[in-house]
Design a protein around this ligand. Structure first.
Ligand SMILES: [Zn+2]
Length: 286
């Protein structure tokens, strides 16, 4: 009994400078988004607040906006800490993360070279990955992340976030994008404003690949393109054409694969946009 009381006291002392709080108990804090695997949460805090997510200090705009993401396999509890101006004690929110069930896709009988890349391309794959990681690491002051996102193109959704692929019995990287089945040459538009951080004509897996930094660690990637319409360093606005879709790299058919990251956390692009508009039935063009 005594030991428990002491342990409890020590725990209280260790975390004693922080006030455990619920989101709605923090004055001026509004969070938009679900505490769910793959979700992006956009926050509004009082002007002058400092904010940390899982120990990482977040960039906060002059107006108090910030963003963080919960990766595909986030297990929680996730911790948001806020230091409000004029208040000595920070608020600490520990929140459970809702888990999701991902699809499992088993494909057997594939030629082994399609399951395991040949040795001579490993170096190229590593170089591609290094470029992508560097682009994702940007922590810029851009504020595109706070805009309402729109679909980069519309069409039938043919692949979703998180699906686990098992090829010839071997688990492979989950699918992190949302796939939209569109013919080669379909215009791809920026889902939100930002700066082009990568415009690569030919990566091993993803072919012609484009990445946009939307600010504060949130980035988009567009894979398997047939043509890039913008260059690295270029500022783009939401709705601006940035590329034409395709099936370059190791694509199984024509589609746009759109992926979103918060730094290295894989998040679900589909949670950022309104439902896909209903598809018009195929018509004959005159
Ligand atoms: Zn895909």
């Amino acid at each position: 009994m005594m030991i428990r009381a002491v342990a409890g006291l020590l725990l209280w002392v260790a975390t004693g400078i922080a006030t455990a709080a619920a989101v709605d108990a923090v004055p001026g804090l509004v969070l938009d988004g679900k505490w769910q695997q793959g979700a992006v949460l956009i926050g509004q805090a009082p002007v002058g607040a400092r904010v940390w997510f899982d120990g990482r200090e977040l960039r906060v705009t002059d107006a108090g906006r910030f963003v963080f993401g919960l990766h595909r396999d986030a297990s929680g509890p996730a911790e948001l800490k806020l230091q409000l101006p004029g208040r000595a004690e920070p608020y600490v929110i520990r929140h459970a993360v809702e888990t999701r069930e991902y699809k499992i896709q088993r494909i057997d009988g594939l030629p082994q070279k399609m399951v395991t890349p040949p040795a001579e391309v490993l170096e190229r794959i590593r170089a591609d990955q290094a470029l992508v990681r560097k682009a994702r690491d940007h922590d810029s002051a851009l504020e595109g992340f706070a805009e309402p996102f729109e679909w980069p193109c519309t069409g039938r959704i043919s692949g979703v976030f998180g699906s686990q692929r098992i090829l010839n019995g071997e688990p492979r990287q989950p699918h992190y994008g949302v796939d939209v089945a569109v013919p080669v040459g379909t215009e791809v538009r920026a889902p939100a404003g930002g700066v082009v951080t990568l415009a690569h004509p030919d990566m091993y897996y993803t072919g012609a690949t484009l990445m946009i930094d939307h600010g504060h660690g949130l980035s988009s990637a567009f894979l398997h393109l047939s043509k890039l319409l913008v260059e690295e360093g270029q500022v783009v606005e939401r709705g601006q054409p940035i590329a034409l879709s395709g099936m370059s790299g190791r694509a199984t058919g024509p589609h746009l694969d759109w992926r979103v990251n918060w730094f290295d956390a894989r998040v679900d692009a589909q949670l950022l946009v309104p439902p896909m508009p209903a598809q018009a039935s195929p018509s004959t063009t005159p």
